[in-house]
Each structure stands twice: as C-alpha cells, then as structure tokens.
Design a binder for this molecule. Structure first.
Ligand SMILES: NC(=O)c1ccc[n+]([C@@H]2O[C@H](COP(=O)([O-])OP(=O)(O)OC[C@H]3O[C@@H](n4cnc5c(N)ncnc54)[C@H](OP(=O)(O)O)[C@@H]3O)[C@@H](O)[C@H]2O)c1
Length: 283
C-alpha cells in the first residue's frame, strides 16, 4: 500500500474509500466491508454523513487489526466550537466503536472553528487523535489558522478532479506542509467525466478505465484520493491503480480539462456560508 507521511510523521494511505451520500446503513456497511476486503485501509466518513455507525460495524466485522486502519471523520458546522467539538468527537468515536481516531477534520470553514481547533489540539495532545486537519479551507483561511495556532493542520481535504485541478492551492498547501486530499476525485461522474474524450483515449491506451486514469493522475500528483462507490466491481477497480503510470504527455492532455472552478459551490459565496450555517443535522 502506497502511503504519504503527514507533517507529524504519521503515515496515511494515498488511496481511501469515501462514504458521502450512502445514508442507508445496510448499504454503507456492505460497501465499507467490501472496500476493506478489497484492500482499502483508509475510510473517510463524517458526522454529517449520518453513517458512522454503519462504518463502525463494517470495521468491526472486518477483523482487520486496528493499527492497520486509517479512519477519518469530520466535525460538522453546528458543532464548530470548543465545548461542542469535544462532545461531537466523543459521539463520533462511540458510533465508530473506536478508542482513537487517525484523522479528525473540521468539515467546513464556518462557525467558531478556532474554538473547535483548540479542542482538537487538546484531543491530539491527549493521544485520542493521531492527526488533525481541515476541509474546504481556501489558502487565506488556512494561513490564518496556521499563524494563530500551534498545530499546523496535517491535511486539507478539498474538491479536486479533472475539471478542477487546484494547482495554486495545492502548491500553497505543499509549501505549508499540509497534505492535499481530494474530495469528489471522480467529480461524482458529473460533466460526463466517464465519457470525456481525452480521458477515454488515455484509458484505452493504458488498457485501464477512466476512473483508474483519474485516480492515478491524482496519486501521481501526490494527492490522497477517496473515491466512493457502492458497487463491488467499481470498489475493486478504483483501488487497482498501482500497475501503470501516466506519461508527461497524458498529464499535459489532462491539464487542458481544468476549468479552474468548482463544479459544486464557491467558498467565497456568502450564500454558501449562510446555507452551511443553517444546515442543522440530527447528529
Ligand atoms: N469534505 C467534503 O466537504 C467532502 C465533500 C464531498 C465528498 N467528500 C468525500 O469524498 C468522497 C468522494 O467524493 P464523492 O463521493 O462526492 O464523489 P466521487 O467519489 O467523485 O464519485 C462518486 C460517484 O462516482 C460513481 N463511481 C465510482 N466509481 C466509479 C467507477 N469506477 N466507474 C463509474 N462510476 C463510478 C459512484 O457511483 P456508484 O456508487 O453507483 O458506483 C458515484 O456516483 C466522499 O464519499 C466523501 O468521503 C468530502
């Protein structure tokens, strides 16, 4: 298993399995179990996905030694303050049936995430979390968090796929020692990703699928990927990306697909801050 080393020395698999929008408990447990059986060791969930219990059951059923796993969950906006973050962390741990977490992320750059970060720094120092990080932080927010706190986030999980390369953000994160992790690496299949002519021709050349080419491209950039699928054959396919290499020419072709903007939402839009702030989840 190829891994990267975070800024605190902790090793993280370069490929993991994401479970956003798999709310059905049975389906989620089955998919995570299949992913673990296929060889994935990193599972990416969030309190806001409402499936931590199903993830926990799959982990337990897999019988994989705890130290071989890398489990990530995230703190939702409504819990982004010092006291709530501590309570939310304890709840997540219980639902996951774990006694420590590998990575805990602030899900969104909204609310009192400074208070939350202080709580997370304490939990990290107490040994309850091996690494702490953020998600959806633009470079200015990330720098602000870094300069005002002791612990530099280990990871920033941001939307990254063939239509949104995040070139400057990625270079910025690298310079700060923050590991870039891609969410929606397959762009959720939007924008006809799987039928894209450039990607199809590269895939044919390597005798691989478009999904494999896209995941390989991100991994070759040193970016951690967490594709989601509820289909066993795709779960296996997405993991099978270490037996080929994209050429400089392939990478140049993929660079032409960058639209330099999100397919989903802008973190500079006040309406997004409002929507996230009002997004209450029954956690
Ligand atoms: N931090 C954040 O704010 C944030 C936001 C979004 C996502 N995430 C994380 O990132 C993970 C991945 O992102 P995502 O789930 O939004 O999207 P994604 O992984 O880019 O795409 C998932 C979609 O692609 C399909 N798919 C997967 N593998 C395929 C293959 N080999 N061939 C064809 N179709 C395939 C899946 O369908 P089937 O399931 O039917 O196969 C699903 O519709 C999430 O699960 C979550 O853990 C984080």
């Amino acid at each position: 298993m190829q891994s990267i080393t975070l800024n605190n020395g902790v090793k993280m698999p370069i490929i993991g399995f994401g479970v956003y929008q798999v709310p059905d408990a049975e389906e989620c447990e089955k998919a995570v179990y299949e992913a673990l059986m296929a060889g994935y060791r990193l599972i990416d969930t969030a309190s806001g996905y409402l499936n931590e219990e199903a993830v926990g059951r799959a982990i337990k059923r897999s019988n994989i030694p705890r130290e071989e796993l890398f489990i990530t969950t995230k703190l939702w906006v409504q819990d982004a303050n010092y006291e709530s973050a501590k309570l939310a962390f304890a709840k997540s741990l219980k639902k996951l049936q774990l006694d420590y977490l590998d990575l805990y992320l602030i899900h969104q750059p909204f609310g009192d995430y400074y208070g939350a970060w202080h709580a997370m720094e304490e939990l990290y120092r107490e040994g309850k979390i091996r690494a702490i990080g953020v998600s959806n932080f633009l470079p200015d927010r990330l720098m602000d968090l870094i300069v005002h706190n002791e612990i530099v986030p280990a990871v920033n999980q941001v939307e990254t796929h063939p239509f949104y390369h995040q070139i400057e953000s990625s270079a910025f994160m690298k310079a700060q020692g923050v590991q870039h992790q891609s969410w929606a690496p397959l762009a959720k299949g939007l924008n006809n990703l799987f039928g894209n002519e450039v990607l199809v021709s590269i895939a044919e050349k390597h005798n691989k699928s478009v999904a494999q080419v896209v995941l390989r491209w991100l991994v070759q950039r040193g970016i951690v990927v967490i594709p989601k699928s509820v289909k066993k054959e795709r779960i296996v396919e997405n993991f099978n990306i270490f037996d080929f290499e994209l050429s400089t020419d392939d990478i140049e072709q993929i660079s032409t697909l960058d639209t330099r903007k999100s397919l989903f939402l802008s973190y500079r839009d006040p309406e997004v801050a409002k929507m996230m702030g009002n997004w209450k989840v029954d956690l």
